[in-house]
Design a protein around this ligand. Structure first.
Ligand code: PEP
Length: 249
């Protein structure tokens, strides 16, 4: 059975003191729930965050990692390094990584393989640009992203994959895909996975929606049958809003 997940992507926000303060607020506000709750602080704060939350129901995850295991890759962090501080899940393919750091699906395929080889889980982000949606290419775009980055994986490897549909035009813009638009893509993606693998595998993959999810729209989006939760940016930086999104489930 697929999991319900709400994950907060903190991006390049919050220094150490701010990270500790937000974690302290989250510890008192996030309820016991059947929703898997995750937060992704910056690399510099992962260890401290992990230590503060290791006995809680909030998992600390990473925003990115490098595909190689070690070596002369200045400024990068490997899967083994993340694992060594207790981090077991990594976000890969966020549109900001694609846009500002030139990450392609071919590169992401290698990152996904490295994460899985290290026993980590992946939240894999994909989604179309505004011009691709306007020219009705969104189905084709997301299909290519999944095919190029993920369809080489074995059935077993898919147990470590969570998908996050994040239409780029809805990220940080205040503009949200309608619940119907989200459902349409999520159902399409599940169908593509079923065609490539089988229906049972497709039914087990959690597909999150990301893009301006707020306390006020979360319940309606999460109410759609193929939406299994959310990847939250801006609203994850406020404990009350993040908690309200979790309880909206
Ligand atoms: C994100 O960056 O993954 C995201 C969904 O951001 P926001 O919620 O701010 O649109």
């Amino acid at each position: 059975m697929r999991k319900k997940i709400v994950a907060g992507n903190w991006k390049m926000n919050n220094d150490l003191a701010e990270t500790q303060a937000l974690i302290s607020d989250l510890k008192s506000s996030v309820p016991e729930t059947d929703v898997a709750v995750m937060i992704a602080p910056a690399f510099t704060n992962l260890y401290s965050a992990f230590q503060s939350l290791k006995d809680s129901n909030i998992e600390v995850i990473a925003q990115n990692m490098h595909q190689e295991s070690k070596g002369a890759y200045t400024g990068e962090v490997s899967a083994a390094m993340l694992k060594s501080i207790g981090v077991k899940t990594v976000i890969l393919g966020h549109s900001e990584r694609r846009e500002y750091f030139g990450e392609t699906d071919e590169l992401l395929a290698k990152k996904v393989d490295a994460a899985i080889a290290n026993g980590m889980k992946v939240i894999f982000c994909f989604g179309e640009l505004l011009e691709e949606r306007k020219s009705d290419k969104h189905f084709e775009v997301v299909k290519t992203q999944l095919k190029d980055a993920l369809f080489h994986l074995s059935e077993t490897a898919w147990e470590s994959i969570v998908l996050a549909y994040e239409p780029v035009w809805a990220i940080g813009t205040g503009e949200t895909a309608s619940p119907e638009q989200a459902q349409e893509i999520h159902a399409f993606v599940r169908n593509e996975i079923a065609d490539q693998y089988d229906q049972a595998l497709a039914d087990n993959v959690s597909i999150l929606y990301g893009g301006s999810v707020k306390p006020g729209n979360a319940a309606e989006i999460f109410g759609k049958p193929d939406v299994d939760g959310g990847l939250i940016g801006g609203a994850a930086l406020n404990a009350a809003d993040f908690t309200a999104i979790i309880t909206a489930f």
